[in-house]
Design a protein around this ligand. Sequence first.
Ligand code: HEM
Length: 218
Amino acid sequence: MDPHPTPTPTHPATLPERLRLETRDLHAAAERSGVMGDLLHGRLRLDSYRAMLSNLHAIYDALEAALDARKADPQVAPLRMPGLYRAAALADDIDTLGGNEAVVEDAAAAYASRLAQIAQAGSPALVAHAYVRYLGDLHGGQALKRVVARTFGLGAEGTSFYEFGDDEEVRSHRTAFRAALAALPVSPADADLIVAEARWAFTQHQQLFEQLQARHPG
Ligand code: HEM
């Protein structure tokens, strides 16, 4: 008899479990790619960082408009948490860092168009984007905050993008977001669609980070 039988799952994976497991490889790649890898290692220049924030602003602007447009949709409403919205915080940080003259890279423009398109189509895929951005901000974003503050000598002003309150508040946002994701009324086919969309979103971020690095080398 096999002394180490493979455990049989006693329940099908929930949506948050699937998202975490099925995007893990792409998260690891995005975390290291282009300007994001440079930022993490404290070697990004301020103008590149500002350009990154401007491109993220284009994405959040589209994401938050899409979530607002679908606020009556029961498959989107539970994940629409205006307390987590980041477009205004990004605009403040960009101002603090000297204003916005950055080019919107192809990857960010395509991302924003895709968000507008799936919002209009009424697709549940929209929640994948809330997952990729907000749960990311509530995890790795918290580590990045310290790196950004140290690299660019910033205090609260200039790092409001990463600000969600104290550790307790950050934890409770994460818990609430995961619980809403787990309780979302989705069919197995919707769940497949959402996971595929999250994978697309990670890949698109990776491309954006690489395009930004190519435009701001050195
Ligand atoms: C240098 C950059 C980054 C660092 C250091 C980082 C770090 C982390 C860490 C430590 C976690 C928690 C993992 C766990 O609990 O298993 C996490 C989760 C997450 N990160 Fe990142 N991350 C980075 C970049 C990103 C980016 C660019 C995105 C999205 C484009 C992202 C999206 C996410 C998401 C969605 C989660 C939640 C995973 C889950 O529990 O389902 N992260 N990150």
